[in-house]
Design a protein around this ligand. Structure first.
Ligand code: PHE
Length: 343
C-alpha cells in the first residue's frame, strides 16, 4: 500500500464514522467498529509498519488525531448504563429522604425485660400460641369444670386434641412452665415472653391479645425469699434503684402461697394523693407470683418433697406503658405513627 492508498482508507474510515454518528449509532458500537483491536483504525495503523520513518510520523499523527476524535465522541455520547434510554431508572437523580423505622415499643420492652432476666441467669424458652387444655389449665392445677378457669376468659378453637378436648388460644404464658419442666430436669431458671389471648372487651387497660412475661425457678431449697430477691433485682434494673416492691396475698391455682406484687409508683414519689397513674396509692399492681404448687410438680414428674420453686407472670404492656409514659394501652396497638414515632 502506498501513502495515497493509506490516506484514502483513512478518509473512508472518517466518512464511515461521520455516517455512524449521524445515524446515532450507539457509542458502544462505534467504539467496537473503530477503536477495538480488530477495528478499522487499528488495522490501518498496523499497516504503517511498512512505511518510512517520516511517513510513519506524518500518517501516524493523522491516524491518532482521528482516534482521539472518535474516543472523545464516544466518551461524550456514551450512555450511562442506568440512565440508558431503555430504562427509566436514573440513579444520578437525588433520592427522597427515607423515614427510618424502629422496633415497636412492646418489642423493645420485651427485649429489655429478657436481657434484664438473662443477667439474673434466666434463659428464654417459647411455647405455642394454640395450646392444649392440658398445658394451659389441667397440668397447672385447674381441674376440669373448676371455677378458677373462669378467671381467664378463653378463646376455644374448633380443632380437638387426641383426648377430644378443644385446643385454645393460650390465656397466659404459664403453660411454658409445664412444657419446660416435662422436658428438662432441675435446676431450672427459665423465662418466656409472648402473646396471650383472652375474650375481653378492649379498653384503656385490657385487650383480647396482649403480651406476658413468665418466669420460674425449680431447684432444691428454693424459698419465697429467692422469689422476692429475684423480683426486686429485676424491678430495680427496669425502673431504677429507688423502685420498691411489696407482696399481698392472691390466688392462682398453680402456686401456693400466691401473691400479687406491687411496684412503688415510678411517677409520683412526691405527689402522693394526686398521681393519676397509681390513683394516689403510691403502688402499681404489676405481677402475679408464688411458690410452684406441689400438684404442678407432680404433673411434671418432679417430687415436690425434693424440688421447690417459684413462678411469676406479668403483662408486658403494663411495663411498656410505664417506661414510655403511655396512659391508654390502645395507643400501643393503633399504629398511629404520630405516637409510635415519638416513643
Ligand atoms: N399466669 C398468671 C396470669 O396470667 C400469672 C402468674 C404467673 C401468676 C405465674 C403466678 C405465677 O394471671
Amino acid at each position: 500500500m502506498n501513502k495515497q492508498e493509506w490516506l484514502e482508507k483513512l478518509s473512508a474510515l472518517r466518512n464511515e464514522f461521520e455516517k455512524a454518528a449521524a445515524e446515532k449509532k450507539s457509542s458502544q458500537d462505534i467504539e467496537r467498529d473503530f477503536l477495538s483491536k480488530k477495528g478499522g483504525l487499528a488495522l490501518l495503523l498496523r499497516d504503517l509498519s511498512a512505511f518510512s520513518i517520516e511517513e510513519k510520523k506524518e500518517l501516524g499523527s493523522l491516524g491518532n488525531d482521528f482516534k482521539k476524535k472518535v474516543a472523545e465522541y464516544c466518551a461524550e455520547n456514551s450512555s450511562n448504563p442506568v440512565s440508558d434510554k431503555k430504562s427509566d431508572l436514573d440513579i444520578t437523580l437525588c433520592g427522597h429522604p427515607y423515614p427510618k423505622g424502629h422496633s415497636h415499643p412492646i418489642i423493645i420492652t420485651m427485649e429489655k425485660i429478657i436481657s434484664s432476666m438473662n443477667k439474673l441467669g434466666f434463659s428464654l424458652e417459647y411455647g405455642p400460641l394454640a395450646e392444649r387444655d392440658y398445658y394451659n389449665f389441667e397440668a397447672l392445677n385447674f381441674p376440669p369444670d373448676h371455677p378458677a378457669r373462669d378467671m381467664q376468659d378463653t378463646f376455644y378453637l374448633n380443632q380437638k386434641d387426641e383426648k377430644g378436648i378443644n385446643y385454645l388460644l393460650r390465656t397466659h404464658t404459664s403453660p411454658v412452665q409445664i412444657r419446660v419442666m416435662q422436658s428438662k430436669k432441675p435446676p431450672l431458671r427459665v423465662i418466656s415472653a409472648g402473646k396471650v389471648f383472652r375474650s375481653e372487651a378492649v379498653d384503656a387497660s385490657h385487650s383480647f391479645v396482649f403480651h406476658q412475661l413468665e418466669g420460674f425457678c425449680a431447684d432444691k431449697n428454693i424459698s419465697m425469699s429467692d422469689l422476692k430477691w429475684t423480683l426486686e433485682s429485676f424491678i430495680k434494673d427496669m425502673f431504677g434503684s429507688a423502685a420498691k416492691i411489696r407482696f399481698s396475698p392472691s390466688y392462682f391455682p398453680f402456686v401456693e402461697p400466691g401473691a400479687g406484687v406491687e411496684v412503688s409508683c415510678v411517677f409520683c414519689s412526691s405527689s402522693k394523693g394526686k398521681c393519676p397513674v397509681c390513683k394516689g396509692t403510691g403502688w402499681l399492681e404489676m405481677l402475679g407470683a408464688g411458690m410452684i404448687h406441689p400438684e404442678v410438680f407432680k404433673a411434671c414428674g418432679y417430687n415436690p418433697d425434693e424440688i421447690s420453686g417459684f413462678a411469676f407472670g406479668a403483662g408486658i404492656e403494663r411495663f411498656a406503658m410505664l417506661l414510655y409514659g403511655i396512659s391508654d394501652m390502645r395507643q400501643l396497638y393503633e399504629n398511629d405513627l404520630r405516637i409510635l414515632k415519638n416513643l
